[in-house]
Design a protein around this ligand. Structure first.
Ligand SMILES: Cc1ncc(COP(=O)(O)O)c(C=O)c1O
Length: 371
């Protein structure tokens, strides 16, 4: 594998800083001898729910499962249609399909890069049941109008917050706008575990109770099943380590915003489309995505200078082979297609050093011949 002077993400820096706290949490875990769904999971559930501003959180095995089980717990039936953006990480679509439902893709808004509220109504049919919003790249979708359109058409509003830990609109956090929000704790996320993990946050106590049963085979007590469920439990070790990291999340998100501000200043005036941001808390900058007409050339230029950039996501969901609808030409979603062709994620994470960021900015400016 190619080594980069400036990798896209280096998690070892975070681990080095937190080593003492993580070791302490690990020692406590070893002394206690409880491995799955114990006190660490319960504490993480309350603490992360409080961080988001909901009354309940249910720890699960991954962000994909969080979406899948939320859809199931909210009553998704075979053939139900779920209106969702054409641009997202593949698991958004996979979870919908695993729930037996059908994703109905919709174009994104050119500013938020999240689902465009003005295009939702035209995708509604008699089978539409859910509006699944994704806060892509840690930028919040336009939740006021999206909540209004869901209300008007009787759609269940669900938020995929896998990239949005700590993002909010008008002080209201990702995952609190609809019936439930699903989070991922995949290691690269703003709050990442040492393996897989996820959570659903909700204010609906009945929904939380059903999720607790669904994650544990569908059991209602030790010996009896209430329904056919899953094995999607969060383990104690992940929860213990996530609790340590949760204590640092706000500081890390502040640092992400600071680095984003520095990118916006350094890249201002170049022929790039930059994230529109007013400096508030609506973005948690999971990724710093610019749009460039010569994306591949810029990416190679950075690589030649030892800088690793990434593309999220070159293949929109409606063009993924399992969703190609029997080979029929896929629908065209112009903003989605443009972003898929032009998006480039520059390194941004709390431990990126300022001298590294300056090198990245200089290399991008140099690509455009601007010093
Ligand atoms: C938008 C989005 N949804 C869902 C997921 C799935 O999360 P996980 O990888 O924890 O299953 C991810 C993570 O990659 C994601 O980015």
């Amino acid at each position: 594998m190619k080594a980069f002077d400036i990798p896209f993400l280096d998690l070892s820096r975070q681990d080095a800083e937190l080593a003492a706290e993580l070791n302490e949490a690990f020692s406590l875990f070893l002394r206690r001898g409880i491995h799955v769904l114990g006190p660490e999971v319960s504490s993480l559930e309350s603490e992360f729910a409080a961080f988001c501003g909901t009354s309940a959180g249910v720890g699960l095995a991954s962000g994909t499962d969080a979406l899948l089980l939320a859809l199931k717990a909210l009553g998704a039936q075979s053939g139900d249609e779920v209106i969702t953006p054409a641009l997202s990480a593949p698991p958004t679509a996979v979870a919908v399909s695993l729930a037996g439902a059908v994703p109905v893709y919709t174009d994104i808004d050119a500013t938020t890069l999240c689902i465009d509220p003005s295009l939702v109504a035209e995708r509604i049919t008699a089978r539409s049941r859910f509006l699944l919003v994704v806060h892509l790249y840690g930028r919040m979708a336009d939740m006021g109008p999206l909540a209004a359109v869901a209300r008007e058409h009787g759609l269940i509003l669900l938020e995929d917050c896998a990239q949005a830990h700590g993002a909010a609109v008008s002080g209201k956090a990702a995952g609190t706008w609809g019936r439930a929000g699903s989070y991922s704790f995949y290691p690269t996320k703003n709050l990442g575990a040492y393996g897989d993990g996820g959570m659903v946050v909700t204010d609906d106590a009945g929904l939380a109770e059903r999720l607790r049963s669904l994650r544990d085979y569908g059991r209602i007590d030790r010996d009896r099943l209430g329904e056919i469920g899953f094995n999607s439990r969060l383990d104690e070790l992940q929860a213990a380590l996530l609790r340590v990291k949760l204590g640092h999340l706000e500081r890390w998100n502040r640092r992400r915003r600071e680095l984003a501000r520095r990118y916006l200043e350094g890249l201002d005036g170049l022929p790039l489309r930059l994230p529109r941001w007013d400096g508030g808390e609506e973005h948690c900058f999971h990724l710093f995505v610019v749009e460039c007409e010569e994306r591949e050339a810029l990416r190679s230029h950075l690589e030649e200078r030892g800088i690793q950039a990434a593309v999220h996501y070159p293949v929109p969901l409606h063009r993924q082979p399992p969703y190609r609808d029997g080979g029929a030409p896929p629908r065209s979603f112009p903003v989605t297609e443009r972003v898929a062709a032009q998006a480039l994620s520059l390194p941004l994470y709390p431990y990126l050093r300022e001298d590294e960021q300056e090198r990245i900015v200089e290399a991008v400016r140099d690509f455009f011949g601007v010093s």
